[in-house]
Write a protein that binds this ligand. Structure first.
Ligand SMILES: [Zn+2]
Length: 416
């Protein structure tokens, strides 16, 4: 491969993925807007026209903001690579009075700061523009800013040591450094899983034990029925930031916790909460969580092997606008993570397909161990509360949605 051939490949893939994203968003907006004035027949008795219209408008607003963000990200990517931005940063960090790893860490921080600054106005517009307009937002500017600072500090505290370790391995561990880096990455994932419920999440939210009552009784009975060991049921004050509801598991092994957003418990009846939890439980019992982790591990090993090969190929650097820098492993690392999404977006439907199969299986598990009818009722409430569209463009949805479209999912549950 020559540098100019790789540059052409990169530009071609970038054009295809940008055009695909914009075209899918355009289709989605048109599809949703055209169905704005009629609730789909299957939902006619469950969702009113005002809620359906609100979901359509919310979807259109979010999709449009997403397109604007895609353009901004593409501009930054081109400016950093072919535009010479990264080459300038490399030249600047080359003359810094630091050791090898220090220079690369500063380079990585500089690129993270640039992409963070570009993403900030979109995150702000999402929260204080769209979420406010549709009545979902409950966060204040002060809380939003505090969250941002906390996120940056945690990201630095966890990400910088990991980056330093990987950079050190790239320099010192020989040609098979990528296997060591992979082991470090897997260990880091487990560290995150262990730290998230006990250290990280409590920095952002309050967790209190689920109070006694009909919901708790139904959940405990379900856990016993399914033979599921856990370290407690918690309620999280999700209502501090947003009225969107959710439920999730954190931790692993015997240290698993089950967390419900207070907003979810407010809206659902005990049997609906039970059905939602049964669905989540299905993901564990059917080993979806484990399978997903194994896939992730396999993909990260393959990507690291690819990175090792590319880092040793001068055309990889030159094709992306940077002079080859074999003594600066941070350059290859950054180029790889900047360029990779351009090539992988076309594969998104495969990941969605895999994840949708799991969603159907978990729904079936919930139908068996709780109640299909309660799950349908809960889903309808959640679609309504989150203003999720019932009429997504099928092609857009195939690329972007990890969950099956509402109509398909509910039809299958009703058949169960
Ligand atoms: Zn699920």
């Amino acid at each position: 491969m020559t540098a100019s051939a790789f540059a052409a490949l990169f530009v071609g893939a970038l054009a295809v993925s940008l055009a695909l994203r914009v075209w899918l968003a355009y289709r989605h907006v048109r599809h949703v807007a055209a169905r704005r004035d009629a609730v789909p027949a299957a939902f006619a008795e469950r969702i009113g026209l005002p809620a359906h219209r609100k979901a359509a408008d919310y979807t259109v607003a979010r999709t449009r903001l997403g397109v604007a963000e895609t353009f901004a990200e593409t501009l930054v990517l081109v400016a950093l690579t072919l535009g010479g931005g990264l080459a300038a940063l490399v030249a600047w960090t080359d003359v810094l009075p630091f050791g090898g790893i220090g220079r690369d860490l500063i380079l990585i921080v500089a690129v993270a700061v640039i992409s963070g600054i570009v993403g900030l106005p979109f995150s702000y517009a999402q929260t204080f523009g769209i979420e406010v307009r549709f009545g979902f937002n409950r966060t204040t500017r002060a809380l939003w800013a505090t969250d941002l600072v906390k996120g940056i500090l945690i990201g630095a505290a966890l990400g910088l040591p990991l980056a330093a370790l990987v950079l050190w391995l790239m320099r010192a561990a020989g040609p098979l450094w990528w296997i060591w880096a992979w082991a470090a990455w897997i260990a880091f994932q487990f560290l995150l899983l262990a730290l998230y419920p006990t250290v990280i999440a409590p920095l952002f939210n309050k967790f209190s034990p689920l109070p006694a009552g009909a919901a708790r009784d139904a959940i405990e009975a379900l856990l016993v029925r399914c033979g599921f060991a856990n370290r407690g049921l918690y309620v999280m004050d999700g209502s501090r930031r947003s009225s969107h509801g959710n439920a999730f598991f954190t931790g692993f092994g015997r240290a698993k916790r089950i967390v419900f957003f207070d907003t979810l418990l407010e809206r659902l009846t005990p049997d609906e909460v039970e059905a939602v939890l049964a669905h989540e439980l299905g993901h564990f019992k059917l080993k979806h969580v484990l399978k997903r982790m194994l896939w992730m591990a396999a993909f990260s090993l393959a990507f690291l092997a690819l990175l090792a090969w590319l880092a040793a190929s001068p055309w990889f650097y030159e094709g992306l606008g940077v002079p080859p820098a074999p003594d600066r492993p941070g350059v290859a690392l950054l180029l790889f993570f900047l360029a990779l999404p351009v090539f992988t977006f076309v594969l998104a439907p495969l990941a969605s397909l895999y994840s949708r199969r799991h969603e159907f299986e978990a729904d079936l598990f919930a139908a068996k161990n709780a109640s299909a009818r309660s799950l349908v009722r809960a889903l309808v409430k959640l679609y309504e509360d989150n203003a999720a569209t019932l009429t997504p463009d099928p092609l857009y949805s195939a690329f972007h949605d990890s969950h099956p479209p509402a109509a398909v999912r509910i039809a299958r549950l009703e058949a169960a």
